[in-house]
Design a protein around this ligand. Structure first.
Ligand code: ZN
Length: 342
């Protein structure tokens, strides 16, 4: 078997494949050829010569950066194979957000899988993670790579939001959620829990929600969370309603203009009480698009690779755990991917 390093290895710009001459999720500067796992800003940047990704990820990048985000796009559906200079590449669902993909790279009998960001629990807004069998090297993130990180059931968290609305029917429930992926998932989970009233969204979510709808994720009635007049007082219309926006929107004056606002925040980090307090979150909702400790370790067990490479996050505990399981493990300590960003 050839050395995995010859097929993929970490560089300051991101994971690089010398025989295929492409980068996976390049973080620093433009490259000639990029393969992108998903549309979050720290992974999908504008300006590369060519971008290979799922059709959904390409559509997300076009919405966020404009149609000229790259000189050349190449879309690859899940499971479709492509040959680049003798390297076979294909994509498998990662379950992180709409269009998110694991990058499978094969060369001279060696199969490596760069999972990107992923989670294992079902998400009604995207295809579920698929285990790629016969993987020699599995490349995983470790955002929540400590045993203390155990995300609760999504539906339970949404039920807590609905309970709060029942308890405080006069308060505007402002839900902070990252505009790509998390916001649409919260909306969809609310619909599945029976909330059929209009959901008010911040302008930053508008085009991405439309894109999700176009891609077949029904979000129900959405309305703009627009307050008439710059200096007008609280608007009664929003009492007892749900307003969703990027978390930053609610920490500035925008959020305070809603009547009796109650600030909720949907994030995996809300499991850390101190973070919720620091941000002034009254109702922390633990909803993550990343694997928790149980999902990370279960995934390594399911994929059962000979080697585990860990890109970023809390690498040390996962390295130790993998070694105890008799696998080679290597922290890559890639920098430039934001743990809090999305
Ligand atoms: Zn992500």
């Amino acid at each position: 078997m050839i050395r995995p390093d010859l097929l993929l290895h970490p560089t300051p710009k991101g994971l690089y494949c010398p025989p295929g001459d492409f980068y996976i999720d390049p973080v620093r500067g433009a490259v000639d050829r990029a393969v992108i796992t998903h549309g979050h800003a720290d992974h999908a940047r504008a300006g590369h010569g060519a971008v290979l990704a799922t059709p959904e990820t390409l559509a997300i990048m076009a919405v966020r950066y404009g149609e000229t985000f790259t000189a050349r796009r190449q879309s690859l559906a899940y499971g479709e194979r492509l040959d680049i200079n003798g390297v076979t590449i294909w994509l498998a669902p990662a379950g992180h957000i709409l269009g998110s993909a694991q990058i499978v790279v094969e060369w001279r009998g060696l199969r490596m899988v760069a999972a990107g960001d992923y989670k294992r629990r079902p998400d009604p807004t995207c295809q579920g993670f698929e285990v790629v069998p016969d993987t020699h090297v599995f490349i995983t993130e470790a955002t929540f790579g400590l045993p203390v990180f155990q995300h609760p059931d999504d539906r339970g968290e949404i039920a807590r939001l609905l309970d709060s609305l029942a308890l405080f029917p006069d308060r505007t429930h402002l839900v902070g959620a990252y505009s790509l992926g998390k916001a649409q998932r919260v909306i969809r989970l609310l619909r599945e829990a029976g909330w059929d009233r209009p959901i008010y969204i911040h302008g930053a979510l508008d085009r991405l929600c439309t894109l999700y709808e176009t891609e077949g994720v029904a979000l129900g009635p959405l309305a703009p969370a627009t307050l008439p007049g710059r200096h007008s007082g609280p608007v009664e219309l929003f009492r007892g309603e749900i307003v969703i926006g990027p978390p930053s929107a609610f920490t500035d004056k925008w959020g305070q203009r809603f009547p009796d606002p109650l600030f909720a925040f949907a994030s995996g980090w809300m499991g850390v009480r101190q973070r919720a307090r620091q941000r002034g979150v009254e109702l922390p909702l633990i909803l993550s698009d990343h694997a928790d400790w149980t999902e990370l370790t279960a995934t390594i067990t399911d994929v059962s690779p000979e080697e585990v490479w860990i890109t970023y996050g809390r690498e040390d505990a996962l390295v130790r755990w993998a070694e105890l399981q008799g696998r080679k493990a290597r922290p890559l300590r890639l920098v430039g991917y934001e743990e809090e960003g999305e």
